[in-house]
Design a protein around this ligand. Structure first.
Ligand SMILES: Nc1ncnc2c1ncn2[C@@H]1O[C@H](COP(=O)(O)OP(=O)(O)OP(=O)(O)O)[C@@H](O)[C@H]1O
Ligand SMILES: [Mg+2]
Length: 270
């Protein structure tokens, strides 16, 4: 279990995160949704020890790793895929993936590579390509693949859908629940609340650094306050009809036939 207790952190100024309590069990997918600047990325950076927490604790499988440093978090099974598809553009796909497996033997790295290429077959054909020449979707797959090369117990994903075509978004969001089913604890940060909530076991709404609503993914999808403020017209998918149709199918499937009317009543994109 990854336990975040009463966590506060920030940069030079005042606290950005305030008293965050959150638990991620192995095999579950937890989504954090919230507006621009709410502190979502800051939360992941604090968990992976890229920035220091000012109070509270981060406990990984019973071990207190508060402010243990990024290397220690990685070696205790925390893998952070940052926002913005940060691949090493001038290195090959294979080299990028290999970097994710540092501190492991060649043999183990090879076994992990096979697993990652099974999840992302598109990378298999491009192992010797320069990462900077990949499409946005392939780069995101590479960034996730590199995170998986550490064979994490807990995967922290920052906005994997950002700027990607709907079909690629769908591929990536199909993979995340499968990773969770395979035993990984996935913490998924998303501005695109609908799709994240539709695949999440549990979810929280982060507003100005505070968790204000928590529940199952389904509960948040149906929560009138969440719908009004985060899932309505004008949110990140509202303007793109193609994206809307992909999302609406997924949300309807997640909600079942009885509940999908709720979205029509609230004039949301579906
Ligand atoms: N490197 C930094 N130095 C100083 N302040 C920062 C830094 N990164 C973020 N902040 C501030 O912390 C607050 C939370 O930012 P954060 O990036 O965590 O939000 P977010 O929820 O991830 O937003 P977005 O959806 O735009 O990615 C904002 O007020 C932001 O200006
Ligand atoms: Mg962010």
């Amino acid at each position: 279990m990854l336990e975040i207790k009463n966590l506060s952190s920030g940069y030079d100024g005042p606290d950005v995160l305030h008293n965050i309590d959150l638990e991620i069990s192995p095999g579950s997918l937890v989504a954090v949704i919230g507006a621009n600047g709410a502190g979502k990325s800051t939360l992941l950076r604090t968990i992976s020890s890229l920035i220091k927490s000012r109070s509270g604790s981060i406990i990984v499988d019973g071990k207190d790793l508060t402010n243990a440093g990024p290397g220690s978090m990685v070696s205790h099974g925390i893998s952070h895929v940052p926002e913005g598809r940060q691949v090493f553009a001038t290195m090959t796909v294979a080299e990028n993936l290999d970097l994710g497996a540092y501190r492991t033997s060649k043999q183990v790295a090879g076994e992990r590579l096979d697993k990652v290429l099974e999840i992302f077959p598109a990378l298999k054909e491009r192992l010797s390509n320069i990462a900077g020449a990949l499409s946005g979707g392939q780069q995101q797959m590479l960034a996730i693949g590199r995170g998986l090369m550490a064979e994490p117990k807990y995967l922290l994903m920052d906005e994997p859908s950002l700027g990607l075509a709907p079909i690629v978004v769908q591929t990536i969001f199909d993979i995340l629940p499968n990773l969770a089913k395979g035993g990984v604890g996935v913490l998924l940060i998303e501005q695109n609340g609908q799709i994240a909530l539709s695949i999440a076991d549990r979810a929280v709404l982060l507003e100005r650094g505070h968790i204000t609503i928590r529940g199952t993914g389904q509960e948040l999808l149906k929560n009138p306050e969440v719908i009004e403020r985060y899932l309505g017209v004008g949110n990140s998918i509202g303007a793109n009809p193609e994206k809307q149709s992909v999302m609406s199918v997924r949300i309807r499937t997640a909600l079942g036939p009885e509940d999908s009317g709720l979205f029509l009543r609230t004039k949301s994109p579906v």
